[in-house]
Design a binder for this molecule. Structure first.
Ligand SMILES: Cc1cc2nc3c(=O)[nH]c(=O)nc-3n(C[C@H](O)[C@H](O)[C@H](O)COP(=O)(O)OP(=O)(O)OC[C@H]3O[C@@H](n4cnc5c(N)ncnc54)[C@H](O)[C@@H]3O)c2cc1C
Length: 406
């Protein structure tokens, strides 16, 4: 496996960019990560990491550190609108690990970012540069030129083997170099807050995740024990015209007795100004590469978060792409091969996420049939229905045919 002289520039040090850096560094590739922020992501709430992604992270050597900071939810309790007791508790946690050989974790995003960053720092062949501006990528007959301004204001020009845009949903790489479209507002705002765990009392399970369905909105809560908090995310519809800074700080407008429980209403109301509203944007037409410039993670395919798979897809992308950038004769064929391996699966996951939103937000009387089916399917339904998603093991040997058209 000849890897001499291959330097890969990765734009963005989010989950996608850092995972790719680690995966490439393991092959001895030189990786330079250009990040516009002055430090690694420290904000955000919790994130669920399903077995298809935890398997990759474990292999990259960060599993032990994540285990120490993460929480393994026992089950996902489903609460239809105004129902005090769960309709069903879907097994995840240990059951997922037993079935798929990899754990289901919940971790604070800042912790995950810190662990990935620390792991990268152990590799002499990974160079992460913060505070980088004005990244300009040009492709030409001789390959690729990348120009950027580093934190000291100095302009640098390099000629890497490949460039990878891991620069998130509003990816400049996608729009300016690869020729993809701008992200589109999904019509949903994700309202997030972290509340003190002791205030939860016995309103919702402390040892699992709760999924709360309601007409036109839904909520997800889970504890983040490492910070003695629990994470609340509420997805509700907000018109584009109402996406003002003030509105995004006000928190979601919710009906009373959402959970048929005044205690839960009060808990949510007490969050006050701790809400942060994040308009959810998606990339409607997934794009993967142009010549020696490729995209991974949200830059390529930001999707609705209703299956909690965006970061998992980014982690899978990195695991599939890294060996191809090492073994394929040139970067263009590596990206074409990668696109061929990823396109169908990512589209299927994005479509599952959309359909979940439809089911979560149903109104009466359609909820009757939905709740009956979910209840009849029982606690193992999620693991059985999503076997194709969770058992996936990204491997470059699984060749579904290169896509040379992109
Ligand atoms: C409410 C909500 C809940 C979610 N929950 C889950 C979940 O439980 N599980 C899951 O798997 N997924 C979840 N997701 C999806 C997940 O958050 C994203 O898919 C994931 O964070 C994408 O990672 P990324 O590295 O591709 O992009 P980002 O995290 O956006 O990282 C991009 C990085 O690039 C940098 N950057 C941007 N532009 C430039 C530039 N021009 N130059 C240099 N650097 C640049 C940014 O500063 C940033 O560091 C959720 C999403 C939402 C909205």
């Amino acid at each position: 496996m000849s890897n001499a002289g291959r330097t890969v520039y990765v734009i963005g040090a989010g989950i996608a960019g850092l995972t790719l850096a680690l995966a490439l560094a393991k092959f001895g590739t030189t990786v330079v990560v250009l990040e516009k922020s002055s430090q690694i992501q420290v904000e955000g709430a919790g994130i669920q990491i399903s077995p298809n992604a935890s398997r990759v992270l474990d292999r990259l050597g960060v599993g032990r550190a994540i285990r120490a900071a993460a929480f393994v939810p026992k089950a996902i309790d489903i609460y239809p609108f105004r129902r005090e007791k769960p309709l069903v508790s879907l097994a995840v946690g240990r059951s997922a690990e037993a079935k798929f050989g990899a754990p289901y974790w919940v971790i604070h995003r800042a912790e995950l970012a810190k662990i990935l960053h620390q792991a990268c720092r152990r590799f002499a062949n990974i160079d992460i540069r913060f505070g980088v501006r004005a990244v300009d990528i040009q492709t030409h007959a001789r390959g690729l030129s990348l120009l950027f301004e580093d934190a000291s204001g100095e302009t640098r020009t390099v000629r890497p083997f490949a460039a990878v845009g891991a620069d998130g949903v509003h990816s400049q790489t996608r729009m300016e170099t690869v020729g993809g479209a701008p992200a589109r507002y999904s019509g949903f705002v994700a309202w997030r807050c972290m509340l003190d765990l002791e205030k939860l009392g016995d309103i919702l399970a402390r040892e699992g995740t709760s999924l709360l369905w309601a007409p036109h909105f839904h909520g997800v809560t889970y504890p983040v024990p490492s910070s003695r908090q629990f994470n609340v995310v509420i997805m509700s519809k907000v018109k584009q015209a109402d996406l003002t800074e003030i509105r995004l700080k006000q928190g979601p407008k919710l009906p009373r007795f959402w959970l048929k429980s005044a205690a839960f209403d009060e808990l949510i109301a007490r969050a006050g100004d701790r809400w942060t509203g994040w308009p959810v944007n998606t990339v409607p037409r997934h794009v993967w590469h142009r010549g020696p410039v490729g995209l991974i993670g949200d830059a390529a395919h930001a999707m609705l978060p209703f299956q909690a798979q965006g970061a998992a897809m980014a982690i899978e992308d990195a695991a599939v792409l890294a060996p191809l950038l090492v073994t394929e004769p040139d970067a263009t064929s590596a990206f074409a091969h990668y696109a061929g391996l990823r396109r169908k699966r990512v589209a299927k996951v994005a479509s599952l996420s959309r359909r979940n939103g439809f089911a979560f937000h149903l109104e009466w009387p359609f909820t009757i049939a939905r709740d009956m089916v979910v209840s009849m399917q029982g606690p193992l339904a999620q693991l059985e229905r999503l076997g194709w998603l969770y058992k996936y093991d990204p491997s470059p040997e699984v060749d579904t045919g290169p896509d040379r058209a992109a």
